[in-house]
Design a binder for this molecule. Structure first.
Ligand code: ATP
Ligand code: MG
Length: 595
Protein backbone atom coordinates (compact mmCIF):
# COMPACT_ATOMS: atom_id res chain seq x y z
CA UNK A 1 0.00 0.00 0.00
CA UNK A 2 1.21 3.49 -0.75
CA UNK A 3 -0.24 6.64 0.84
CA UNK A 4 0.08 10.00 -0.82
CA UNK A 5 -0.21 12.20 2.20
CA UNK A 6 0.81 10.85 5.56
CA UNK A 7 -0.94 11.73 8.78
CA UNK A 8 -0.80 10.10 12.19
CA UNK A 9 -3.77 7.85 11.48
CA UNK A 10 -2.48 6.75 8.07
CA UNK A 11 0.92 5.95 9.61
CA UNK A 12 -0.75 3.73 12.18
CA UNK A 13 -2.61 2.09 9.34
CA UNK A 14 0.68 1.52 7.51
CA UNK A 15 2.17 0.00 10.64
CA UNK A 16 -0.89 -2.17 11.18
CA UNK A 17 -0.89 -3.35 7.56
CA UNK A 18 2.75 -4.26 7.76
CA UNK A 19 2.15 -6.68 10.63
CA UNK A 20 1.98 -10.40 10.05
CA UNK A 21 -1.15 -12.36 11.00
CA UNK A 22 0.68 -13.81 13.95
CA UNK A 23 1.68 -10.39 15.19
CA UNK A 24 -1.87 -9.13 14.85
CA UNK A 25 -3.09 -12.05 16.93
CA UNK A 26 -0.63 -10.98 19.66
CA UNK A 27 -2.17 -7.53 19.57
CA UNK A 28 -5.66 -9.02 19.94
CA UNK A 29 -4.45 -11.12 22.85
CA UNK A 30 -3.04 -8.03 24.53
CA UNK A 31 -6.32 -6.20 24.08
CA UNK A 32 -8.19 -9.22 25.47
CA UNK A 33 -6.02 -9.12 28.57
CA UNK A 34 -6.57 -5.40 28.77
CA UNK A 35 -10.31 -6.10 28.89
CA UNK A 36 -9.80 -8.73 31.61
CA UNK A 37 -7.76 -6.17 33.43
CA UNK A 38 -10.62 -3.68 33.30
CA UNK A 39 -13.06 -6.33 34.46
CA UNK A 40 -10.82 -7.33 37.36
CA UNK A 41 -10.59 -3.67 38.24
CA UNK A 42 -14.38 -3.43 38.39
CA UNK A 43 -14.74 -6.60 40.46
CA UNK A 44 -12.06 -5.78 42.99
CA UNK A 45 -13.35 -2.27 43.39
CA UNK A 46 -17.00 -3.41 43.49
CA UNK A 47 -16.14 -5.72 46.38
CA UNK A 48 -14.81 -2.84 48.44
CA UNK A 49 -18.22 -1.47 49.36
CA UNK A 50 -19.62 -4.68 50.90
CA UNK A 51 -16.22 -5.48 52.38
CA UNK A 52 -15.94 -2.16 54.20
CA UNK A 53 -19.61 -2.26 55.19
CA UNK A 54 -19.07 -5.70 56.72
CA UNK A 55 -16.02 -4.52 58.61
CA UNK A 56 -17.36 -1.22 59.84
CA UNK A 57 -20.76 -2.54 60.87
CA UNK A 58 -20.70 -6.36 60.95
CA UNK A 59 -24.01 -6.96 62.66
CA UNK A 60 -26.16 -4.70 60.52
CA UNK A 61 -24.54 -6.07 57.42
CA UNK A 62 -24.97 -9.72 58.42
CA UNK A 63 -28.64 -9.32 59.24
CA UNK A 64 -29.46 -7.56 55.99
CA UNK A 65 -32.00 -10.02 54.48
CA UNK A 66 -30.34 -10.42 51.04
CA UNK A 67 -26.84 -10.80 52.49
CA UNK A 68 -28.14 -13.23 55.06
CA UNK A 69 -29.72 -15.47 52.44
CA UNK A 70 -26.61 -15.48 50.29
CA UNK A 71 -24.40 -16.20 53.35
CA UNK A 72 -26.72 -19.03 54.30
CA UNK A 73 -26.15 -20.75 50.95
CA UNK A 74 -22.39 -20.81 51.68
CA UNK A 75 -22.92 -21.98 55.26
CA UNK A 76 -21.74 -18.70 56.80
CA UNK A 77 -23.66 -18.31 60.02
CA UNK A 78 -21.96 -15.56 62.07
CA UNK A 79 -21.06 -11.94 61.29
CA UNK A 80 -17.39 -12.70 62.07
CA UNK A 81 -17.33 -15.59 59.61
CA UNK A 82 -18.89 -13.36 57.00
CA UNK A 83 -16.27 -10.69 57.57
CA UNK A 84 -13.53 -13.33 57.28
CA UNK A 85 -14.99 -14.81 54.08
CA UNK A 86 -15.33 -11.38 52.56
CA UNK A 87 -11.75 -10.56 53.51
CA UNK A 88 -10.51 -13.72 51.82
CA UNK A 89 -12.63 -13.03 48.77
CA UNK A 90 -11.37 -9.47 48.62
CA UNK A 91 -7.76 -10.61 48.97
CA UNK A 92 -8.20 -13.20 46.20
CA UNK A 93 -9.82 -10.66 43.90
CA UNK A 94 -6.99 -8.22 44.52
CA UNK A 95 -4.42 -10.94 43.85
CA UNK A 96 -6.14 -11.92 40.62
CA UNK A 97 -6.45 -8.34 39.50
CA UNK A 98 -2.77 -7.73 40.33
CA UNK A 99 -1.68 -10.80 38.35
CA UNK A 100 -3.76 -9.81 35.35
CA UNK A 101 -2.25 -6.35 35.54
CA UNK A 102 1.22 -7.84 35.55
CA UNK A 103 0.55 -10.08 32.58
CA UNK A 104 -1.05 -7.23 30.66
CA UNK A 105 1.93 -5.01 31.32
CA UNK A 106 4.35 -7.71 30.19
CA UNK A 107 2.28 -8.31 27.05
CA UNK A 108 2.24 -4.59 26.33
CA UNK A 109 6.01 -4.32 26.36
CA UNK A 110 6.62 -7.58 24.58
CA UNK A 111 4.10 -6.98 21.81
CA UNK A 112 5.27 -3.44 21.15
CA UNK A 113 8.86 -4.66 21.02
CA UNK A 114 7.92 -7.35 18.49
CA UNK A 115 6.00 -4.85 16.40
CA UNK A 116 9.06 -2.62 16.58
CA UNK A 117 11.23 -5.47 15.33
CA UNK A 118 8.85 -6.09 12.44
CA UNK A 119 8.64 -2.51 11.27
CA UNK A 120 12.34 -1.95 11.77
CA UNK A 121 13.15 -4.88 9.49
CA UNK A 122 10.55 -3.72 7.01
CA UNK A 123 12.00 -0.22 6.94
CA UNK A 124 15.46 -1.65 6.32
CA UNK A 125 14.22 -4.06 3.66
CA UNK A 126 12.14 -1.44 1.89
CA UNK A 127 15.03 0.99 1.87
CA UNK A 128 17.64 -1.48 0.72
CA UNK A 129 15.35 -2.74 -2.07
CA UNK A 130 15.00 0.70 -3.62
CA UNK A 131 16.54 0.90 -7.07
CA UNK A 132 20.09 2.18 -7.42
CA UNK A 133 18.85 5.46 -8.92
CA UNK A 134 17.04 6.16 -5.63
CA UNK A 135 19.91 4.91 -3.46
CA UNK A 136 22.34 7.49 -4.85
CA UNK A 137 20.04 10.32 -3.79
CA UNK A 138 19.69 9.07 -0.24
CA UNK A 139 21.36 10.49 2.80
CA UNK A 140 22.86 7.73 4.90
CA UNK A 141 22.81 9.66 8.18
CA UNK A 142 19.08 10.18 7.79
CA UNK A 143 18.51 6.50 7.12
CA UNK A 144 20.84 5.48 9.91
CA UNK A 145 19.12 7.67 12.47
CA UNK A 146 15.68 6.62 11.25
CA UNK A 147 16.37 2.90 11.38
CA UNK A 148 18.03 3.07 14.79
CA UNK A 149 16.73 6.02 16.83
CA UNK A 150 13.35 6.76 15.30
CA UNK A 151 12.29 3.13 15.35
CA UNK A 152 13.10 2.99 19.05
CA UNK A 153 10.93 6.05 19.60
CA UNK A 154 8.20 4.48 17.50
CA UNK A 155 8.28 1.41 19.73
CA UNK A 156 7.73 3.75 22.67
CA UNK A 157 4.74 5.22 20.84
CA UNK A 158 3.26 1.79 20.10
CA UNK A 159 3.76 0.78 23.70
CA UNK A 160 2.11 3.99 24.82
CA UNK A 161 -0.86 3.33 22.56
CA UNK A 162 -1.37 -0.07 24.13
CA UNK A 163 -1.06 1.51 27.56
CA UNK A 164 -3.51 4.18 26.40
CA UNK A 165 -6.10 1.52 25.55
CA UNK A 166 -5.36 -0.20 28.82
CA UNK A 167 -5.76 2.97 30.85
CA UNK A 168 -8.97 3.96 29.05
CA UNK A 169 -10.59 0.64 29.87
CA UNK A 170 -9.48 0.83 33.51
CA UNK A 171 -10.79 4.35 33.81
CA UNK A 172 -14.07 3.30 32.29
CA UNK A 173 -14.37 0.43 34.81
CA UNK A 174 -13.51 2.52 37.83
CA UNK A 175 -15.82 5.34 36.77
CA UNK A 176 -18.61 2.85 36.27
CA UNK A 177 -18.27 1.66 39.86
CA UNK A 178 -18.07 5.18 41.25
CA UNK A 179 -21.14 6.14 39.21
CA UNK A 180 -22.98 3.15 40.65
CA UNK A 181 -21.93 4.11 44.15
CA UNK A 182 -22.68 7.80 43.81
CA UNK A 183 -23.24 9.33 40.41
CA UNK A 184 -23.16 12.95 41.60
CA UNK A 185 -19.69 12.55 43.05
CA UNK A 186 -18.56 10.58 39.97
CA UNK A 187 -19.64 13.28 37.57
CA UNK A 188 -18.29 16.22 39.52
CA UNK A 189 -14.92 14.52 40.08
CA UNK A 190 -14.85 13.40 36.45
CA UNK A 191 -15.59 16.90 35.28
CA UNK A 192 -12.88 18.49 37.42
CA UNK A 193 -10.23 16.00 36.33
CA UNK A 194 -11.12 16.36 32.64
CA UNK A 195 -10.97 20.12 32.93
CA UNK A 196 -7.58 19.94 34.61
CA UNK A 197 -6.03 17.69 31.99
CA UNK A 198 -7.64 19.42 29.01
CA UNK A 199 -6.08 22.64 30.15
CA UNK A 200 -2.66 21.06 30.47
CA UNK A 201 -3.00 19.36 27.08
CA UNK A 202 -3.83 22.64 25.48
CA UNK A 203 -0.85 24.32 27.07
CA UNK A 204 1.73 21.60 26.32
CA UNK A 205 0.68 20.52 22.83
CA UNK A 206 2.74 22.89 20.72
CA UNK A 207 5.81 22.61 22.93
CA UNK A 208 5.76 18.82 22.62
CA UNK A 209 5.52 19.10 18.87
CA UNK A 210 8.36 21.59 18.51
CA UNK A 211 10.61 19.54 20.79
CA UNK A 212 9.82 16.40 18.87
CA UNK A 213 10.87 18.02 15.60
CA UNK A 214 14.05 19.38 17.14
CA UNK A 215 14.98 16.00 18.59
CA UNK A 216 14.67 14.10 15.29
CA UNK A 217 16.43 16.83 13.36
CA UNK A 218 19.30 17.02 15.82
CA UNK A 219 19.63 13.25 15.96
CA UNK A 220 20.13 13.25 12.20
CA UNK A 221 22.68 16.04 12.51
CA UNK A 222 24.51 14.17 15.21
CA UNK A 223 24.75 10.94 13.23
CA UNK A 224 25.98 12.94 10.25
CA UNK A 225 28.56 14.74 12.35
CA UNK A 226 29.92 11.47 13.75
CA UNK A 227 30.07 9.88 10.32
CA UNK A 228 31.74 12.87 8.77
CA UNK A 229 34.27 13.40 11.51
CA UNK A 230 35.53 9.84 11.36
CA UNK A 231 35.26 9.76 7.57
CA UNK A 232 37.61 12.71 7.30
CA UNK A 233 39.67 12.11 10.40
CA UNK A 234 42.95 12.71 8.53
CA UNK A 235 41.90 16.22 7.55
CA UNK A 236 40.56 16.86 11.00
CA UNK A 237 43.89 16.01 12.59
CA UNK A 238 45.94 17.81 9.94
CA UNK A 239 43.96 21.01 10.25
CA UNK A 240 43.53 20.72 13.99
CA UNK A 241 39.77 20.91 13.52
CA UNK A 242 38.85 18.49 16.29
CA UNK A 243 37.65 21.30 18.53
CA UNK A 244 35.24 22.60 15.93
CA UNK A 245 33.66 19.17 15.64
CA UNK A 246 33.63 18.67 19.40
CA UNK A 247 31.85 21.99 19.85
CA UNK A 248 29.25 21.12 17.24
CA UNK A 249 28.76 17.74 18.86
CA UNK A 250 28.38 19.36 22.24
CA UNK A 251 25.80 21.83 20.92
CA UNK A 252 23.75 19.11 19.28
CA UNK A 253 23.95 16.95 22.35
CA UNK A 254 22.68 19.83 24.49
CA UNK A 255 19.63 20.36 22.30
CA UNK A 256 18.99 16.65 22.09
CA UNK A 257 19.20 15.91 25.80
CA UNK A 258 17.41 19.02 26.99
CA UNK A 259 14.51 18.74 24.54
CA UNK A 260 14.11 15.06 25.35
CA UNK A 261 14.12 15.85 29.05
CA UNK A 262 11.60 18.66 28.49
CA UNK A 263 9.23 16.27 26.77
CA UNK A 264 9.65 13.70 29.53
CA UNK A 265 8.91 16.38 32.08
CA UNK A 266 5.89 17.57 30.14
CA UNK A 267 4.51 14.06 30.06
CA UNK A 268 4.88 13.47 33.81
CA UNK A 269 4.53 16.79 35.59
CA UNK A 270 0.70 16.91 35.84
CA UNK A 271 0.89 13.89 38.11
CA UNK A 272 2.28 15.83 41.03
CA UNK A 273 -0.04 18.77 40.70
CA UNK A 274 -2.84 16.28 40.19
CA UNK A 275 -1.98 14.47 43.41
CA UNK A 276 -2.23 17.67 45.40
CA UNK A 277 -5.33 18.73 43.51
CA UNK A 278 -7.08 15.41 44.07
CA UNK A 279 -6.30 15.40 47.78
CA UNK A 280 -8.04 18.75 48.07
CA UNK A 281 -11.03 17.46 46.09
CA UNK A 282 -11.09 14.30 48.21
CA UNK A 283 -11.12 16.32 51.42
CA UNK A 284 -14.12 18.31 50.25
CA UNK A 285 -15.92 15.25 48.93
CA UNK A 286 -15.38 13.38 52.22
CA UNK A 287 -16.61 16.34 54.16
CA UNK A 288 -19.69 16.50 51.95
CA UNK A 289 -20.43 12.81 52.42
CA UNK A 290 -20.11 12.95 56.18
CA UNK A 291 -22.28 16.04 56.25
CA UNK A 292 -24.83 14.24 54.09
CA UNK A 293 -24.92 11.02 56.12
CA UNK A 294 -24.71 12.80 59.46
CA UNK A 295 -22.18 10.39 60.96
CA UNK A 296 -18.85 8.77 60.13
CA UNK A 297 -19.52 5.06 60.55
CA UNK A 298 -22.08 4.65 57.78
CA UNK A 299 -19.97 6.84 55.48
CA UNK A 300 -16.97 4.48 55.67
CA UNK A 301 -17.91 2.14 52.80
CA UNK A 302 -18.60 5.03 50.44
CA UNK A 303 -15.51 6.93 51.51
CA UNK A 304 -13.41 3.80 51.15
CA UNK A 305 -14.77 3.08 47.70
CA UNK A 306 -14.09 6.61 46.54
CA UNK A 307 -10.62 6.68 48.08
CA UNK A 308 -9.72 3.38 46.47
CA UNK A 309 -11.33 4.47 43.23
CA UNK A 310 -9.28 7.63 43.24
CA UNK A 311 -6.16 5.64 44.00
CA UNK A 312 -6.88 3.51 40.94
CA UNK A 313 -8.14 6.31 38.79
CA UNK A 314 -5.29 8.77 39.19
CA UNK A 315 -2.44 6.59 37.87
CA UNK A 316 -4.63 5.52 34.94
CA UNK A 317 -5.50 9.09 34.08
CA UNK A 318 -1.87 10.05 34.36
CA UNK A 319 -1.00 7.12 32.10
CA UNK A 320 -3.59 8.31 29.62
CA UNK A 321 -2.09 11.76 29.64
CA UNK A 322 1.53 10.65 29.40
CA UNK A 323 0.60 8.28 26.57
CA UNK A 324 -0.95 11.21 24.75
CA UNK A 325 2.11 13.38 25.49
CA UNK A 326 4.50 10.67 24.32
CA UNK A 327 2.58 10.10 21.11
CA UNK A 328 2.70 13.83 20.44
CA UNK A 329 6.32 14.06 21.58
CA UNK A 330 7.48 11.32 19.23
CA UNK A 331 5.38 12.42 16.31
CA UNK A 332 8.35 13.39 14.16
CA UNK A 333 9.93 10.00 14.70
CA UNK A 334 6.65 8.36 13.79
CA UNK A 335 6.52 10.32 10.56
CA UNK A 336 10.05 9.38 9.62
CA UNK A 337 9.30 5.72 10.17
CA UNK A 338 6.03 6.18 8.30
CA UNK A 339 7.89 7.57 5.31
CA UNK A 340 10.23 4.60 5.25
CA UNK A 341 7.32 2.17 5.52
CA UNK A 342 5.49 4.04 2.79
CA UNK A 343 8.22 3.36 0.22
CA UNK A 344 7.04 1.22 -2.64
CA UNK A 345 9.30 -1.66 -3.54
CA UNK A 346 10.28 -1.73 -7.18
CA UNK A 347 13.05 -4.23 -6.66
CA UNK A 348 11.06 -7.12 -5.36
CA UNK A 349 12.79 -10.38 -4.47
CA UNK A 350 12.58 -13.23 -6.94
CA UNK A 351 12.75 -16.63 -5.35
CA UNK A 352 13.02 -19.11 -8.15
CA UNK A 353 15.14 -17.13 -10.53
CA UNK A 354 15.91 -19.04 -13.71
CA UNK A 355 19.53 -18.17 -14.33
CA UNK A 356 20.26 -17.30 -17.91
CA UNK A 357 23.89 -17.23 -19.06
CA UNK A 358 25.18 -14.46 -21.28
CA UNK A 359 25.50 -15.94 -24.75
CA UNK A 360 25.79 -13.49 -27.60
CA UNK A 361 26.07 -9.74 -27.30
CA UNK A 362 25.35 -6.55 -25.39
CA UNK A 363 23.93 -3.70 -27.44
CA UNK A 364 23.70 -0.14 -26.19
CA UNK A 365 21.18 1.41 -28.59
CA UNK A 366 20.83 5.21 -28.95
CA UNK A 367 21.02 5.70 -25.22
CA UNK A 368 20.49 9.06 -23.52
CA UNK A 369 20.75 9.39 -19.77
CA UNK A 370 20.29 12.02 -17.10
CA UNK A 371 20.36 11.78 -13.32
CA UNK A 372 17.82 14.61 -13.00
CA UNK A 373 15.46 15.54 -15.85
CA UNK A 374 16.00 19.26 -15.34
CA UNK A 375 19.79 19.06 -15.39
CA UNK A 376 20.35 17.92 -18.94
CA UNK A 377 21.76 14.71 -20.33
CA UNK A 378 24.94 13.15 -18.99
CA UNK A 379 25.07 10.67 -21.89
CA UNK A 380 24.02 11.44 -25.47
CA UNK A 381 23.14 8.94 -28.17
CA UNK A 382 25.47 6.19 -27.07
CA UNK A 383 25.76 3.22 -29.45
CA UNK A 384 28.04 0.36 -28.52
CA UNK A 385 27.94 -3.29 -29.39
CA UNK A 386 29.90 -5.84 -27.42
CA UNK A 387 30.16 -9.47 -28.47
CA UNK A 388 30.51 -12.28 -25.95
CA UNK A 389 34.16 -12.70 -25.04
CA UNK A 390 35.13 -9.32 -26.47
CA UNK A 391 37.48 -7.06 -24.53
CA UNK A 392 36.29 -3.49 -24.63
CA UNK A 393 38.05 -0.44 -23.23
CA UNK A 394 36.55 2.92 -22.27
CA UNK A 395 38.65 6.04 -21.94
CA UNK A 396 37.85 9.67 -21.56
CA UNK A 397 38.48 12.63 -19.36
CA UNK A 398 37.16 12.76 -15.83
CA UNK A 399 33.43 13.38 -15.61
CA UNK A 400 32.82 12.31 -19.20
CA UNK A 401 30.30 9.66 -18.14
CA UNK A 402 32.27 6.40 -18.17
CA UNK A 403 31.15 5.12 -14.78
CA UNK A 404 27.59 6.18 -15.54
CA UNK A 405 27.64 4.26 -18.81
CA UNK A 406 28.72 1.05 -17.12
CA UNK A 407 26.06 1.52 -14.43
CA UNK A 408 23.55 1.51 -17.28
CA UNK A 409 25.09 -1.57 -18.87
CA UNK A 410 25.15 -3.37 -15.52
CA UNK A 411 21.43 -2.89 -15.03
CA UNK A 412 21.67 -0.35 -12.23
CA UNK A 413 20.44 2.80 -13.96
CA UNK A 414 17.82 2.69 -16.67
CA UNK A 415 18.34 4.80 -19.80
CA UNK A 416 16.30 7.95 -20.15
CA UNK A 417 16.00 7.14 -23.82
CA UNK A 418 17.11 4.18 -25.93
CA UNK A 419 17.61 0.57 -24.97
CA UNK A 420 20.15 -1.83 -23.60
CA UNK A 421 19.72 -5.19 -25.25
CA UNK A 422 21.38 -8.33 -24.00
CA UNK A 423 20.95 -11.45 -26.15
CA UNK A 424 17.84 -9.98 -27.83
CA UNK A 425 16.28 -9.02 -24.50
CA UNK A 426 15.66 -5.44 -23.42
CA UNK A 427 16.93 -5.65 -19.83
CA UNK A 428 14.87 -2.67 -18.73
CA UNK A 429 11.59 -4.07 -19.99
CA UNK A 430 9.38 -3.21 -17.03
CA UNK A 431 7.27 -6.34 -17.37
CA UNK A 432 10.21 -8.68 -17.21
CA UNK A 433 11.97 -7.79 -14.04
CA UNK A 434 13.53 -11.25 -13.74
CA UNK A 435 15.50 -10.63 -16.93
CA UNK A 436 17.18 -7.68 -15.27
CA UNK A 437 17.98 -9.66 -12.11
CA UNK A 438 19.28 -12.55 -14.15
CA UNK A 439 21.50 -10.22 -16.21
CA UNK A 440 22.94 -8.54 -13.11
CA UNK A 441 23.82 -11.98 -11.82
CA UNK A 442 26.17 -12.50 -14.74
CA UNK A 443 28.31 -9.51 -13.90
CA UNK A 444 31.32 -9.05 -11.67
CA UNK A 445 32.29 -5.45 -11.11
CA UNK A 446 35.28 -3.74 -9.56
CA UNK A 447 34.17 -0.20 -8.69
CA UNK A 448 36.30 2.90 -8.72
CA UNK A 449 36.32 2.98 -4.95
CA UNK A 450 36.19 -0.41 -3.33
CA UNK A 451 34.39 -0.89 -0.06
CA UNK A 452 35.86 -3.64 2.08
CA UNK A 453 33.96 -4.93 5.08
CA UNK A 454 35.62 -5.14 8.45
CA UNK A 455 36.04 -8.91 8.27
CA UNK A 456 38.68 -11.35 7.08
CA UNK A 457 40.38 -11.17 3.69
CA UNK A 458 38.80 -14.52 2.87
CA UNK A 459 35.25 -13.28 3.48
CA UNK A 460 35.94 -10.06 1.64
CA UNK A 461 36.97 -11.92 -1.47
CA UNK A 462 34.14 -14.43 -1.29
CA UNK A 463 31.76 -11.54 -0.65
CA UNK A 464 28.37 -12.63 0.60
CA UNK A 465 29.24 -16.34 0.71
CA UNK A 466 29.00 -18.05 4.08
CA UNK A 467 32.38 -18.93 5.50
CA UNK A 468 31.91 -22.74 5.27
CA UNK A 469 31.09 -22.50 1.60
CA UNK A 470 34.25 -20.67 0.56
CA UNK A 471 36.26 -22.59 -2.03
CA UNK A 472 39.83 -21.89 -0.93
CA UNK A 473 41.44 -23.29 -4.10
CA UNK A 474 39.34 -21.05 -6.29
CA UNK A 475 40.06 -18.16 -3.97
CA UNK A 476 43.83 -18.67 -4.03
CA UNK A 477 43.75 -18.91 -7.84
CA UNK A 478 42.12 -15.49 -7.86
CA UNK A 479 44.58 -13.93 -5.42
CA UNK A 480 47.55 -15.39 -7.27
CA UNK A 481 46.30 -13.86 -10.48
CA UNK A 482 45.87 -10.54 -8.69
CA UNK A 483 49.44 -10.61 -7.39
CA UNK A 484 48.27 -10.47 -3.80
CA UNK A 485 48.56 -14.10 -2.68
CA UNK A 486 52.15 -13.75 -1.45
CA UNK A 487 51.35 -10.69 0.58
CA UNK A 488 48.41 -12.42 2.22
CA UNK A 489 50.37 -15.58 2.79
CA UNK A 490 53.08 -13.70 4.68
CA UNK A 491 50.56 -12.27 7.15
CA UNK A 492 50.46 -14.07 10.53
CA UNK A 493 46.79 -14.94 10.11
CA UNK A 494 47.00 -15.28 6.31
CA UNK A 495 43.52 -15.37 4.77
CA UNK A 496 41.94 -14.93 8.19
CA UNK A 497 43.47 -11.49 8.65
CA UNK A 498 40.85 -8.86 9.42
CA UNK A 499 41.19 -5.87 7.10
CA UNK A 500 39.71 -3.18 9.36
CA UNK A 501 36.90 -0.79 8.57
CA UNK A 502 36.90 -0.04 4.83
CA UNK A 503 40.20 -1.92 4.71
CA UNK A 504 42.21 0.67 6.69
CA UNK A 505 44.87 -1.88 7.49
CA UNK A 506 45.69 -2.29 3.81
CA UNK A 507 47.31 -0.06 1.22
CA UNK A 508 45.28 1.41 -1.62
CA UNK A 509 46.81 -1.02 -4.13
CA UNK A 510 46.20 -3.98 -1.82
CA UNK A 511 42.55 -2.99 -1.48
CA UNK A 512 42.26 -2.76 -5.26
CA UNK A 513 43.80 -6.18 -5.78
CA UNK A 514 41.45 -7.71 -3.20
CA UNK A 515 38.59 -6.01 -5.03
CA UNK A 516 39.69 -7.53 -8.33
CA UNK A 517 40.19 -10.94 -6.69
CA UNK A 518 36.59 -10.69 -5.46
CA UNK A 519 35.37 -10.09 -8.99
CA UNK A 520 37.43 -12.93 -10.41
CA UNK A 521 36.35 -15.34 -7.67
CA UNK A 522 32.76 -14.78 -8.79
CA UNK A 523 33.62 -16.35 -12.19
CA UNK A 524 31.01 -14.24 -13.90
CA UNK A 525 30.41 -14.12 -17.64
CA UNK A 526 31.09 -10.40 -17.75
CA UNK A 527 33.88 -8.67 -15.90
CA UNK A 528 33.76 -4.90 -15.51
CA UNK A 529 36.73 -2.97 -14.16
CA UNK A 530 36.32 0.71 -13.38
CA UNK A 531 39.85 2.08 -13.09
CA UNK A 532 40.52 -0.99 -11.03
CA UNK A 533 44.29 -0.86 -11.39
CA UNK A 534 44.80 2.87 -10.91
CA UNK A 535 46.68 2.42 -7.64
CA UNK A 536 49.09 -0.22 -8.93
CA UNK A 537 52.60 0.26 -10.21
CA UNK A 538 52.92 -0.36 -13.93
CA UNK A 539 54.73 -3.67 -13.56
CA UNK A 540 52.17 -5.17 -11.21
CA UNK A 541 49.39 -3.76 -13.38
CA UNK A 542 50.83 -5.41 -16.49
CA UNK A 543 51.20 -8.84 -14.89
CA UNK A 544 47.73 -8.62 -13.40
CA UNK A 545 46.12 -7.47 -16.66
CA UNK A 546 47.80 -10.27 -18.57
CA UNK A 547 46.34 -12.67 -16.06
CA UNK A 548 42.88 -11.23 -16.66
CA UNK A 549 43.21 -11.31 -20.46
CA UNK A 550 44.19 -14.96 -20.24
CA UNK A 551 41.54 -16.08 -17.77
CA UNK A 552 40.42 -19.60 -18.69
CA UNK A 553 36.78 -18.57 -18.30
CA UNK A 554 37.47 -15.88 -20.97
CA UNK A 555 34.87 -13.46 -19.68
CA UNK A 556 33.59 -10.54 -21.68
CA UNK A 557 35.64 -7.63 -20.42
CA UNK A 558 34.70 -3.98 -20.10
CA UNK A 559 37.49 -1.84 -18.74
CA UNK A 560 37.70 1.81 -17.88
CA UNK A 561 41.12 3.36 -17.68
CA UNK A 562 42.60 6.81 -17.85
CA UNK A 563 45.59 5.73 -19.83
CA UNK A 564 45.16 4.05 -23.18
CA UNK A 565 48.27 2.00 -22.36
CA UNK A 566 46.26 -0.03 -19.86
CA UNK A 567 43.84 -0.91 -22.65
CA UNK A 568 46.12 -1.88 -25.49
CA UNK A 569 45.18 -5.53 -25.33
CA UNK A 570 41.52 -4.69 -25.86
CA UNK A 571 39.72 -5.59 -29.07
CA UNK A 572 38.18 -2.15 -29.27
CA UNK A 573 38.40 1.08 -27.31
CA UNK A 574 35.77 3.81 -27.12
CA UNK A 575 36.61 7.35 -26.15
CA UNK A 576 34.01 9.43 -24.33
CA UNK A 577 33.88 13.19 -24.09
CA UNK A 578 31.07 15.15 -22.45
CA UNK A 579 28.83 12.13 -22.55
CA UNK A 580 29.37 11.37 -26.25
CA UNK A 581 31.43 8.72 -27.95
CA UNK A 582 33.88 10.72 -29.99
CA UNK A 583 36.09 7.94 -31.23
CA UNK A 584 36.33 4.21 -31.62
CA UNK A 585 39.70 2.54 -31.92
CA UNK A 586 39.69 -0.92 -33.32
CA UNK A 587 42.23 -3.63 -34.10
CA UNK A 588 44.68 -1.86 -36.35
CA UNK A 589 44.56 1.50 -34.64
CA UNK A 590 45.23 -0.17 -31.30
CA UNK A 591 48.13 -2.03 -32.82
CA UNK A 592 49.51 1.33 -33.96
CA UNK A 593 49.28 2.71 -30.43
CA UNK A 594 51.16 -0.34 -29.17
CA UNK A 595 54.18 0.58 -31.21
N1 ATP B 1 24.84 10.23 -8.47
C1 ATP B 1 24.95 11.25 -9.33
N2 ATP B 1 24.01 12.21 -9.31
C2 ATP B 1 24.10 13.24 -10.14
N3 ATP B 1 25.07 13.41 -11.03
C3 ATP B 1 26.04 12.50 -11.09
C4 ATP B 1 26.02 11.36 -10.23
N4 ATP B 1 27.11 10.62 -10.51
C5 ATP B 1 27.76 11.26 -11.49
N5 ATP B 1 27.14 12.38 -11.84
C6 ATP B 1 27.55 13.31 -12.91
O1 ATP B 1 27.63 12.59 -14.10
C7 ATP B 1 28.76 12.97 -14.83
C8 ATP B 1 29.53 11.76 -15.25
O2 ATP B 1 30.03 11.13 -14.11
P1 ATP B 1 30.80 9.76 -14.16
O3 ATP B 1 31.06 9.31 -12.79
O4 ATP B 1 30.07 8.84 -15.07
O5 ATP B 1 32.16 10.21 -14.85
P2 ATP B 1 33.47 9.38 -15.16
O6 ATP B 1 33.72 9.48 -16.60
O7 ATP B 1 33.38 8.03 -14.58
O8 ATP B 1 34.56 10.24 -14.39
P3 ATP B 1 35.89 9.75 -13.62
O9 ATP B 1 36.90 9.43 -14.64
O10 ATP B 1 36.26 10.94 -12.83
O11 ATP B 1 35.50 8.59 -12.79
C9 ATP B 1 29.53 13.94 -13.96
O12 ATP B 1 29.35 15.23 -14.49
C10 ATP B 1 28.92 13.86 -12.61
O13 ATP B 1 28.83 15.10 -12.04
MG1 MG C 1 34.25 7.07 -13.01
Amino acid sequence: MHINKLNTISIFKLIWDSLSKKRKSYVYLTILFTLFNGLAEIISLGLVVPFLAALSNPDDFFYNPTINTISGVFGINTPVKLALSLSILFALASLLSGSIKLITLWLNYRVSALIGKDISSQCFAKTIRQPYSKQITKNTSKILSAITNEITSTVVVINQILLFINASISIFGVLLIIILVDWKIAFSVGFLISLFYSLIMLLTKSRLKINSKLVTLTTEKQVKLIQESFGSIRDLILNNYQNIFIDKFDNNEEILRIKRADNLFLSTFPRFSMEAFSLIVMAFVSYGIILDKGEINSSVPLLGAIALGAQRLLPSIQLLFSAWANIKGYKSSLYKVGRLLNQTINEFPINNLVKRRFNKYIQVKSVDFNYFPNEGNILHQINISIKKGEKVGLIGETGSGKSTLIDLIMGLLSPTKGQIIVDEIDIYNKNKYEDLISWRNNIAHVPQSIYLSDTTIKENIAFGESIEKIDMNKLIDATKLCQIHEFIYDLPLKYNTVVGERGVRLSGGQIQRIGIARAIYKKADVLILDEATSALDSKTEEILMNGIYNLDTSPTLIMIAHSIKTLINCDSIYELKNGKIIRKFSGLEIDNIKQ
